[in-house]
Design a protein around this ligand. Structure first.
Ligand code: ASP
Ligand code: MG
Length: 457
């Protein structure tokens, strides 16, 4: 069996859900379990309603809820046609009435707790999974709606609940196996789960990928397909470099390094349960389903090329901290990192010398206050408009002379910081932001012109 997960943009309206139905139809022989996200932007809207209600603004909350009701009714109407929709309409109406009731209750109390937040947020996937099940049935797929809250059990850490894997695996098998054996297609909402006591929880934003991996791992799936709106991971940002190519297969570690750099296809940590069991995860495009996408595996196959991808992250500020008074005394680094922690600024790249530390952070408003705080400990300078460039590839582990080859290509570029070794599979450096296009194109030409056809499309 396989797990097919459709993200928010892949179920964003009637046309998208129709495409998803066709894709599932083509894979019935492989016995799919379908996991769906809320329709695109719905979770954000639900959270906004919850916040409005929590602030006592009942009117705004209910107004947002009306718009949401409209969109779901329209989508269901488009997908089901008048006759079927007339039967189904009442079913959706019950959910929306319950949501409005909940929002009124929150507004009356004027307090939104994490537990109530989960109750509100869960409607996105509850509604999408209902509509999609009905649409699949209307298209000849023998589908069955399965309530994820009866399958995925978590602790009570609301909005970021952690699955209880043993019990979840048991439940997943108990609920889904009989359906699969009867050649039915279970459809479940991602992101939502419940505690042992049956209280609704959610497993973190973007959590539907995680749901798919949990279900796939529990059932020992042959593979997990993450259906999204891009062809997969690319060697670099195609907008910045027209020569960018699709990566056919990438290791989990490589994908994890790239995820950080805006390769926002999916966060690999969410598919860890599957990768740990050697279940491959595919990223596929629901708008271009014949494309093979990108396969993520526990270990990457051999690759002729040194690197898999080049990523760049702009809007970076370098903070230089020079220890005039304490001269890197014991506890100096700790006091610096404590300051970053107090200002809730997270650090990306660090490099140190005997007398100074350079750190990079995402440019943000907290930096002046942070710098003022750091100035009590040391001399501080900060400079924005920088960018981090990162080359990723498993082959870095064993190939000598790579740094020399990379920096040789960049002899005319001012490299501000270098970091290699933290993960063994990335080479990272910091440059001026406006040099990114030139640097990426040069490196792409140098390292990605003769590509291993097994690994790159
Ligand atoms: N709907 C949830 C979110 O937007 C979960 C998901 O789409 O993966 O965060
Ligand atoms: Mg997502």
């Amino acid at each position: 069996m396989i797990v097919m997960k459709f993200g928010g943009t892949s179920v964003e309206d009637g046309n998208a859900i129709d495409r998803a139905a066709k894709i599932v139809h083509g894979r019935l022989a492989q016995r799919p379990v379908v996991v769906v996200s809320a329709m695109s932007k719905v979770t954000d809207q639900l959270l906004a309603m919850g916040r409005a209600a929590g602030a006592g603004d009942r009117k705004t909350a209910l107004k947002l809820s009306r718009a949401l009701r409209e969109r779901h009714y329209n989508t269901a109407g488009e997908l089901l046609g008048t006759a079927l929709f007339t039967q189904f309409h009442g079913d959706l109406g019950v959910d929306f009435d319950a949501l409005d009731e909940l929002l009124r209750g929150i507004a009356a109390v004027g307090e939104l707790t994490p537990r109530t937040t989960d109750h509100v947020a869960a409607y996105g996937e509850l509604l999408s999974s209902k509509i999609i099940t009905a649409a699949f049935s209307a298209r000849g797929i023998d589908s069955k709606l399965v309530d994820s809250r009866e399958c995925i059990l978590t602790d009570g850490n609301h909005t970021r609940a952690v699955p209880l894997f043993e019990e979840t695996n048991e439940r997943v098998r108990l609920k889904l196996k009989p359906l699969l054996e009867a050649a039915r297609v279970p459809v479940m909402g991602g992101f939502i789960a419940a505690t042992r006591a049956g209280i609704t929880t959610t497993i973190g934003r973007g959590g539907s990928d995680f749901s798919a991996a949990i279900v796939g791992a529990g059932l020992g799936a042959e593979r997990i397909e993450i259906w999204t709106d891009v062809d997969g991971m690319m060697t670099t940002d195609p907008n910045a470099c027209p020569d960018a190519r699709r990566i056919k297969v990438v290791s989990f570690d490589e994908a994890a390094e790239l995820a950080y750099f805006g390769a926002k296809v999916l966060h690999p940590a969410t598919v860890l349960p599957a990768v740990q069991q050697n279940i491959p995860v595919y990223i596929l495009n629901s708008r271009n389903p014949s494309c093979d996408g990108t396969k993520i595996t526990a270990r990457a196959p051999r690759c002729r090329n040194t690197f898999k991808a080049i990523a760049a992250k702009k809007r970076i500020t370098i903070v230089d901290v020079a220890a005039t008074r304490m001269l890197m005394a014991h506890g100096f680094l700790k006091s610096i990192f404590d300051a970053f922690d107090r200002h809730r600024v997270s650090v990306d790249v660090v490099s140190t010398s005997e007398v100074s530390v350079s750190l990079t952070v995402d440019s943000n408003e907290a930096i002046p206050a942070l710098a003022a705080d750091l100035a009590k400990l040391a001399d501080v300078k900060y400079e924005g408009r920088k960018a981090i460039v990162c080359l990723v590839g498993e082959n870095l582990r064993e190939t000598p002379g790579i740094a020399a080859r990379v920096f040789n290509e960049l002899s005319d570029v001012n490299i501000r910081m270098i970091s290699q070794g933290a993960s063994e599979i990335n080479l990272t450096f910091v440059i001026e932001e406006d040099e990114v296009p030139k640097v990426v194109r040069k490196l792409h030409a140098a390292f990605f012109s003769d590509l291993d056809p097994e690994v790159f499309a």
